[in-house]
Design a protein around this ligand. Structure first.
Ligand code: CAA
Length: 386
């Protein structure tokens, strides 16, 4: 249920204060130490950030996707590693349970996810199954009241901190594509589950990705989400929603970068006046502002349709495609406006330039979003809907 306008505004202002007073001053430290300080994680828990999307009956804030997007737009104004700390609990790590979990599974897990006591993670990608997620090879073989999992997942966000994984694994060896997959919640403490070392990455220091390995990991059948064979549907439904979340993040970062470039251009003088008064610099500021504003409008339109229960696969893919490419262009212009200084690590734009690169890759590359959009348009044409 949607919040009343006053409560919604209070929530947004609280998050904005948290971002400006707590997160922004720590950006350089988080990048240097590659970790979010424990006391900041505790503050996130106290603010309810881990439970934004978990229904109120399970201890979360039960926000609509529009409200969640408004919070994530605010979180975009700081290093994305802060958002990532609770992002998997809000999105891809928990939503399989929220959408497909049965009453027992929800009762057992969602309250701890909402409080942040349990950190969740989404394990779909494998070394040989990236964009072609339906070809995942991790096996889940039924043995009495358990499934025995064997296989390897790759680039799993927050795996180092996670207590619970939503895992897509093949229950039907005879069916090679998406239809042979099922979804499970798997506890990290399960014997046979090991987590690899955090990868060294281009950006987003403070948010880790690791391999997750399953070697004869016995998972109770009661941990399966939905029916056997529904795993791909679980993953895609979670990703449709997640793609709006990543789009909101992209727009929030774009807005931060517009502020950064505008402030810098207003102070930096060349040829006897602030560079903001040179028309070619103005053009970069104007294009960035307009594109960020267009992204905001696109996100808000999409999440409202999601909340109204419209089918949004097409719009989610189109929005992620546009907003993540857009923030790449804005980050590039921000570096350009800063000139040589933009290439120096003392300035936030250098870090954001690297941080935003992953947005065009994870939760489906731009090319996968284009493919989804192209396919959906063809489907609509066949159905006479377009
Ligand atoms: N919602 C519900 N069901 C869906 C769906 C959706 N959005 N998309 C597809 N399905 C269903 C289809 O209806 C179909 O079922 P039926 O045959 O019964 O109709 C079934 O799933 C298979 O669909 P496709 O034939 O379209 O499958 P495909 O193999 O051609 O692949 C794809 C589709 C869009 C390319 C998909 O594989 C995809 O999105 N790939 C990208 C993967 C991805 O985003 N990975 C990100 C990993 S997560 C991550 O990055 C997390 C992290 O840690 C940060």
């Amino acid at each position: 249920m949607a919040l009343d306008p006053d409560t919604r505004q209070q929530l947004i202002e609280t998050v904005r204060r948290f971002v400006t007073e707590v997160c922004q001053p720590l950006e350089a430290q988080v990048a240097a130490e590659d970790r979010i300080p424990d006391e900041v994680v505790e503050q996130m828990k106290a603010l309810g950030l881990f439970g934004l999307s978990i229904p109120e009956e399970f201890g979360g804030l039960g926000l609509t996707l529009e409200e969640e997007a408004l919070v994530i737009l605010e979180m975009g104004r700081t290093s994305p590693a802060f958002r990532s700390t609770f992002g998997t609990n809000v999105g891809i790590g928990s939503q399989g349970l929220v959408m497909f979990g049965n009453a027992d599974q929800k009762r057992d897990w969602l309250p701890k996810i909402a409080s942040g006591e349990v950190v969740t993670s989404f394990a779909l990608t494998e070394p040989e199954a990236g964009s072609d997620a339906g070809s995942a090879r991790t096996k889940a073989v039924r043995d009495g009241n358990h499934y025995v999992l064997n296989g390897a997942k790759r680039f799993i966000t927050n795996a180092d901190k996670a207590h619970l994984f939503t895992v897509m694994a093949r229950t039907d060896a005879a069916t090679p594509g998406p239809k042979g997959l099922s979804a499970f919640v798997v506890e990290r403490s399960t014997p046979g589950v090991t987590i690899g070392k955090p990868e060294k990455k281009m950006g987003q220091q403070g948010a880790n990705v690791c391999d997750v390995i399953f070697e004869d990991a016995r998972v109770p059948i009661t941990n399966r989400l939905g029916e056997e064979g529904e795993g791909f549907k679980v993953a895609m439904s979670v990703l449709d929603r997640g793609r709006f979340h990543i789009s909101a993040l992209s727009v929030g970062i774009s807005e931060r970068l517009v502020s950064e470039m505008t402030r810098y251009a207003s102070e930096r003088k060349q040829f006897g006046k602030p560079i903001a008064e040179h028309q070619l610099v103005m053009a970069m500021m104007a294009d960035s502002y307009a594109e960020a504003a267009a992204g905001r409008a696109m996100v808000l339109d999409g999440v409202r349709k999601y909340d109204a229960k419209e089918k949004v696969t097409l719009l989610a893919a189109a929005t992620k495609m546009w907003c993540t490419e857009m923030v790449g262009r804005v980050a590039d212009r921000a570096v350009q406006v800063f000139g040589g200084s933009g290439y120096i690590a003392d300035y936030a734009v250098e870090r954001f330039y690297r941080d935003v690169r992953i947005l065009r890759l994870y939760e489906g590359t731009t090319q996968i979003q284009q493919m989804v959009v192209g396919r959906e348009l063809q489907r609509m044409a066949k159905a006479g809907e377009i």
